[in-house]
Design a protein around this ligand. Structure first.
Ligand code: HMG
Ligand code: MG
Length: 317
């Protein structure tokens, strides 16, 4: 079986935008450095599979995330397809300067909902992270860029336990009030469950301008996504092949796999514009480059055994 049987569920959106994070969230967490040409081909294959938004890389400190230190070189290699957005992560003004130098049109800032993760991921306190983002968002908007925002650790944090819903809403509202067009609710370590998702979206007063970003550590990402869709969310982050994690949160594993998401959405009759077979082929190709199989269940069910490359000759340790 190559496609699910489609049965519509009343009340779900007709169309969902899949915000692809594989090249950024996926590859930032690889132990080995993936060659820049492989990254460029990955991005090109994602656009060819129908993605209209591909988070391509990060202009963070290269010592903090050496896996993405080739951000400028990568942007030089990516052949932009008309109609496709290629946002990049930017934490501070230095990152914004680099993004502007390289013709970036959309950025994403990323805040923490908890004190410990703000310190570990951004070297800032929960309160002082906003002083870092404010001039970034203001200058980006002045320069005509679109700015997305993330809040990480929205459900729980490995050091502080469950994150109070009110704390997430406070951080998220501040980012939206700065002028960010969209707020992605990040379950960085995958500890959310569907009722918690519904409660959090409700605490924001509904789905307006919200996106969801689930990591699949405990196998809840798809169930959590369905809860978000039922609450009216229409933008879902996912990574092709289910690669990913956060180098500053040990317990983070891969994102929700784009293929698993698309299989469910096809089954629900919700349009994405994505070609499932092309995504699976890309994940099989990438798995050969990374030297290990994709964790996605749909890729495992539909994919061929990876051939044509090994970690030895495609990936520099
Ligand atoms: P810092 O050390 O406090 O930086 O790091 P600083 O402002 O003190 O600057 C120190 C030096 O670094 C200066 O150089 C700066 O120019 C340079 P010097 O003057 O000493 O020669 N510098 C930079 N160089 C290049 N690019 C830059 C940059 N910034 C400063 N952008 C900083 C603060 C925020 C930079 C650092 O903590 C950082 O890069 N953190 C990023 C960590 C990261 O990327 N984590 C993964 C992404 S988040 C994630 O995955 C979660 C998400 O997926 C959602 C979810 O799952 O929840 C989004
Ligand atoms: Mg993430």
């Amino acid at each position: 079986m190559r496609e699910p049987y489609a049965v519509r569920e009343a009340g779900l959106p007709d169309r969902v935008t899949v915000y692809e994070v594989g090249p950024r969230d996926g590859l930032q967490n690889e132990k080995a450095v993936v060659p820049v040409e492989v990254k460029a081909e990955f991005v090109a294959r994602l656009a060819a599979a129908g993605h209209r938004v591909i988070e391509t890389t990060s202009f963070v400190h290269p010592k903090w995330v050496p896996q993405l230190a080739d951000a400028a070189e990568l942007l030089g290699l990516v052949e932009k397809v008309p109609g496709v957005r290629y946002p990049v992560l930017v934490p501070n003004e230095r990152g914004l300067d680099r993004a502007l130098e390289h013709g970036v049109e959309e950025i994403a800032v990323f805040a923490s909902a908890t004190e410990t993760f703000a310190r570990r991921n951004l070297n800032r306190t929960l309160a002082s992270q906003f002083e870092m983002f404010e001039p970034v968002v203001a200058r980006a908007l002045e320069n005509g860029l679109r700015v997305r925002a993330y809040v990480s650790m929205c459900f729980g944090d490995p050091w502080e336990g469950p994150t109070p819903v009110g704390q997430v809403v406070e951080v998220g509202r501040r980012l939206l009030d700065m002028g960010c067009f969209e707020l992605s609710l990040g379950d960085t370590i995958g500890v959310g469950t569907p009722g918690h998702v519904t409660a959090l979206i409700g605490a924001f007063g509904g789905p307006s301008r919200l996106a969801v970003h689930f990591h699949d550590t405990y196998g809840q990402a798809l169930a959590n996504t369905l809860a978000a869709l039922r609450a009216g969310v229409t933008v879902v982050d996912a990574s092709t092949g289910g690669i990913g994690g956060c180098p500053y949160a040990d317990s983070a594993t891969g994102n929700l796999a784009t293929e698993d998401l698309v299989w469910m959405l096809n089954g629900l009759g919700v349009e994405t514009g994505l070609d499932l077979a092309s995504l699976v082929e890309t994940s099989t190709w990438l798995a050969a480059r990374l030297g290990r199989p994709s964790p996605s269940r749909v890729v495992q069910a539909l994919g061929e055994t990876p051939t044509g490359g090994t970690a030895d000759h495609d990936v520099k340790e």
